[in-house]
Design a protein around this ligand. Structure first.
Ligand code: ADP
Length: 265
């Protein structure tokens, strides 16, 4: 038998140990950098609506309040900025909780049709404002999937809300369910301006916007798709996007199917 050189063995163990520690340090550095960048992004994003609201309110105090028309306009603008701030803080909280792994997905039997109807109903007023028709195409009245109902409704809300926000006036948003062997595919499709190909692989990054001013004007936080991606991934699925400029955009993902078995029959 071959004798093992004890010194060589020890040397090997030290090498493995050091390599492991190095990996841990690299991971910590990566997280630290991520945290630092995230904080810088957040500060920047928070400042924008705060400065805007501050500006309107100070201008009102400095005299603009005496003109009724100006006063109404500025109050509305200040309120809009604060609404944006509210949405941003809510999205930030969700994103940071999901990223920190604090939010556990409770995957249970969920009726996808029911959840989607509720989401569409909630967004109807916004769609009506722009005369956009949101339609659900489902082959069945009930579809059972294994999912976290609240999180899936949040993901659908973000996708359908985007389709309405960035869609064209009088356009169509189609939500379609397609059955596969083991899962259901969910598709949210609009006929809006689309997303240029060079932006497509970045839109899921936090705070990434194709047109910054357009997104802000529409009340976007830049976090919607980052949240969708996390939620879909937590369901062991992948979000995909297909888009053609001037034709429209389609987002899709899959959820595990639950077969309806009639017990006893
Ligand atoms: P936001 O809060 O800005 O909407 P999101 O993360 O939801 O942030 O989306 C990121 C960017 O992707 C948006 O700013 C927009 O430019 C683009 N986008 C998202 N959905 C669509 C869509 N359906 N059609 C066109 N552009 C879209």
């Amino acid at each position: 038998t071959k004798s093992v050189n004890p010194l060589k063995k020890l040397n090997n163990e030290i090498f493995v140990y050091v390599a492991k520690k190095q990996r841990e340090i690299d991971e910590l550095r990566r997280m630290e950098q991520f945290r630092r960048e995230f904080l810088a992004d957040i500060s920047h994003e928070l400042k924008t609506p705060i400065f805007a609201a501050q500006g309107f309110i100070h201008t009102l105090i400095d005299g603009a309040k005496d003109d009724e028309r100006v006063r109404d306009k500025f109050l509305q603008k200040a309120a809009k900025s604060l609404d944006g701030l509210d949405a941003l803080v809510a999205d930030l909280l969700t994103l940071s909780q999901i990223e920190a792994g604090e939010i556990k997905m409770h995957r249970e039997r969920v009726d996808l049709v029911k959840v989607t109807h509720e989401v569409i109903e909630q967004l109807e007023p916004r769609a009506n404002q722009r005369e956009i028709k949101v339609k659900l195409h489902t082959p069945q009245d009930q579809i059972f999937v294994k999912a976290d109902a609240y999180r899936i409704s949040q993901a659908l809300t973000n996708l359908i809300d985007n389709a309405i926000k960035y869609g064209r006036d009088g356009g169509k948003v189609n939500v379609t369910f397609t059955e596969d062997k083991k899962d259901w595919e969910i598709e949210v499709k609009d006929d809006g301006p689309g997303i240029p190909p060079e932006h497509l692989n970045r839109i899921f990054e936090r705070f990434y916007r194709v047109e910054k001013s357009r997104s802000k004007e529409k009340g976007g936080t830049g976090l919607g798709l980052a949240i969708v991606k996390h939620i879909v991934n937590a369901h062991k699925s992948k979000i995909t996007v297909m888009s053609r400029v001037d034709k429209g955009t389609t987002f899709s993902f899959k959820l595990d199917k639950i077969e309806e078995k009639l017990a006893g029959f």
